[in-house]
Design a protein around this ligand. Structure first.
Ligand SMILES: Nc1ncnc2c1ncn2[C@@H]1O[C@H](COP(=O)(O)OP(=O)(O)OP(=O)(O)O)[C@@H](O)[C@H]1O
Length: 269
């Protein structure tokens, strides 16, 4: 099967003035020991857009996503080769300060994982660790992050209550607020709504749609309706390769590859 390649995509023909790329990967390969889980994926991620990564279980979506902010560094025996270009720097290079890079490329996980701390402390924890001590700046950060995550109105009078006391959907929005408090450029999200009920899912989806005004979002989802509803671009993963990448409306209406068509129309996977 043909692997999708950045070189032969129409993206090259797009006007860079109107289609600025936040991150691109080139021939990205991820190994767990001898097992190559991602086979040379080259993808462009446009700034202020949502790109969905879809594909069957085990096709390498999460592995690829995690490698974009070097989360695979924490997995023993894991190795990543190829390029991840961000602002002209290959962030897959060993010379890169990973903690500094993660300020720019943040991550929200599948299960809401607030710290066992107050709502206020959840949001200010990382900025404080990076040296921000001014109370007025931290207060402002808490308010803007919670507003952007559509949680402010519900928690503004209870900022010192534990983050763990919130509902699942609220906890996930707190985790989104915590991630955006670092003012990242790019937010990586691994099935951020899969542990939530339909109403919370819908609120999180609305939140993501609003967030793309300020952030570039790359999201793994198994939910085809969700990918179709919220994403601008979609990459279809199959056996560790991104075999098709296009505007979401094209992937869901007239994909070029049969395997993509079968997957999005529910014929397998
Ligand atoms: N920590 C790990 N150690 C070893 N192998 C792993 C690890 N994580 C994933 N893999 C393997 O890498 C391959 C891709 O897995 P990955 O989780 O990236 O797929 P996925 O498409 O995200 O699947 P799902 O939709 O089920 O989350 C699989 O063969 C999986 O077994």
């Amino acid at each position: 099967m043909q692997n999708y390649s950045l070189d032969d995509t129409y993206i090259k023909t797009l006007d860079p003035q109107t289609h600025e790329l936040a991150v691109t990967t080139k021939d990205l390969r991820v190994f767990y020991g001898d097992n190559e889980a991602v086979h040379g994926v080259s993808l462009p991620f446009e700034r202020y857009k949502i790109t969905a990564l879809i594909g069957a279980s085990g096709s390498g979506k999460s592995t690829f996503l995690r490698s974009l902010n070097r989360m695979n560094d924490n997995i023993e025996g894991s190795r990543v080769t190829g390029e991840i270009m961000y602002r002209g720097v290959d962030i897959n290079s060993q010379a890169v300060d990973v903690y500094e890079m993660r300020k720019h490329i943040g991550m929200v996980f599948q299960r809401p994982n607030p710290f066992a701390k107050s709502i206020y402390d959840n949001i200010t924890f990382a900025p404080r660790r990076f040296g921000e001590k001014r109370k007025e700046v931290l207060d402002e950060l808490v308010e803007t992050s919670l507003k952007q995550a559509a949680l402010w109105d519900q928690v503004k009078d209870n900022l010192y209550q534990s983050g763990l006391s919130l509902s699942g959907g609220q906890q996930q929005r707190l985790c989104i607020a915590r991630a955006i408090a670092m003012k990242p450029d790019v937010l990586l999200m691994d099935e951020p709504a899969s542990a939530l009920d339909p109403i919370s899912t819908s609120t999180v989806e609305d939140t993501l749609m609003a967030l793309k005004e300020h952030f570039t979002i790359i999201i793994v989802t198994h939910n085809m309706q969700q990918a179709a509803r919220i994403s601008d671009y979609t990459a279809f993963f199959y056996s560790g390769q991104a075999i098709e990448f296009d505007e979401t409306r094209k992937i869901f209406t007239r994909p070029k590859i049969k395997a993509t068509d079968d997957y999005v129309s529910g014929h397998f996977g």
